[in-house]
Design a protein around this ligand. Structure first.
Ligand code: FPP
Length: 251
C-alpha cells in the first residue's frame, strides 16, 4: 500500500521546502565523483515536483545552491551551474505541460550571467501557468535575505516611505525574497543531517521539520508522501495547549 492512501487531501501543506542533501555521499558510495551525484539528484527533483503537484501542494521550495556553496571546489561549482542551465533548458516543456510555475530566490548578482539569462527565460515561459509554484533557492542564504530586507527597510525609512513604527512581522515578510508566498508548513531534509543550514530561517519559524536518512538522489515520490503523512500526524499547537486546540476544533 502506498502512503498516498493515508494522506488527508484537505490537510495537505500549502508550502513544502526541501534541503536536497546527500548527492556527494551517494556518489562516493558508488565510487564515482560528486558531479554524478548531482546529476542523479535531478531525478529526485522531478519526483518531488510530480508528487507535490499530484496532491495539490501550492509551493515547493528547493535549496539548490547556497551562498556558502560558492566556496566549494571550482570544478564542482562550474559543474553545478552547467547542470542547472541544462536542467532549465531541458525541463521547460515538461513543466509547461504540467502547469508548473517557477520563481528563483537568491542573490542574482553573484550568479553567472548565462545562468540568470536561462532561468529568466524559463520563468517567463512558465509565467502563464497556474499550478504548483516551484521556488528554486539559488545562491540563497537566510543571512543574505534578512540583511537585504533590513537594508531596504532602512532605506525606505530614510526616504520617509515608512515610519519605524510601521515595522511589523507582516511588513518584514513583504521585504523578503518570499514576499506574498505563505510560509512553509513542512521542511524536509534528506541524508540524515539535522541542520537548517541558513535556509528560510525566518519563514520556518513554525514549520514542522522532517529528517530522513535517504540520500537525495534516492528520494522518490513515495518518500515525499511519507513526509506528508508524518506531517499530518503531528499536532501543530502554535504556542497553545492541546486542550485549547481541542476546544477550537469542536467549535
Ligand atoms: C547537496 O548535496 C546538494 C547540492 C549542493 C546541489 C543540489 C542540486 C541538485 C539536486 C541539482 C539540480 C537541482 C535543480 C533544482 C534543478 P551535497 O553535495 O552537499 O552532498 P554531501 O553532503 O553528501 O556531500
Amino acid at each position: 500500500m502506498s502512503c498516498i492512501d493515508n494522506i488527508n487531501i484537505k490537510r495537505v501543506p500549502r508550502h513544502v521546502a526541501i534541503i536536497m542533501d546527500g548527492n556527494g555521499r551517494w556518489a562516493k558510495q558508488r565510487g564515482t565523483n560528486r558531479i554524478f551525484g548531482h546529476e542523479h539528484g535531478v531525478e529526485a527533483v522531478r519526483n518531488s515536483i510530480k508528487a507535490a503537484a499530484h496532491i495539490g501542494v501550492e509551493y515547493l521550495t528547493l535549496y539548490a545552491f547556497s551562498t556558502e556553496n560558492w566556496s566549494r571546489p571550482k570544478y564542482e561549482v562550474d559543474a553545478l551551474m552547467r547542470l542547472l542551465v541544462n536542467v532549465v533548458k531541458n525541463e521547460t516543456d515538461e513543466l509547461k505541460a504540467n502547469n508548473v510555475q517557477l520563481k528563483i530566490i537568491g542573490d542574482r548578482q553573484s550568479l553567472p550571467k548565462k545562468v540568470c539569462r536561462e532561468v529568466d527565460k524559463m520563468v517567463e515561459k512558465l509565467s502563464a501557468n497556474t499550478g504548483l509554484t516551484v521556488l528554486i533557492a539559488l545562491s540563497y542564504s537566510s543571512h543574505w535575505e534578512i540583511i537585504n530586507a533590513v537594508k531596504s527597510i532602512a532605506y525606505d525609512v530614510k526616504k520617509g516611505k515608512i515610519e519605524p513604527e510601521d515595522i511589523s512581522r507582516e511588513l518584514f515578510d513583504s521585504y523578503l525574497a518570499t514576499a506574498e508566498i505563505p510560509n512553509p508548513e513542512l521542511m524536509i531534509r534528506t541524508s540524515g543531517e539535522t541542520r537548517l543550514s541558513n535556509f528560510l530561517l525566518w519563514q520556518l519559524a513554525y514549520a514542522e521539520l522532517y529528517f530522513t536518512q535517504k540520500l537525495w538522489p534516492d528520494f522518490c515520490e513515495e518518500d515525499f508522501y511519507q513526509a506528508i503523512c508524518n506531517y499530518q500526524s503531528r499536532e501543530r499547537r502554535f504556542g497553545k495547549t492541546s486542550e485549547q486546540l481541542e476546544k477550537t476544533n469542536l467549535k
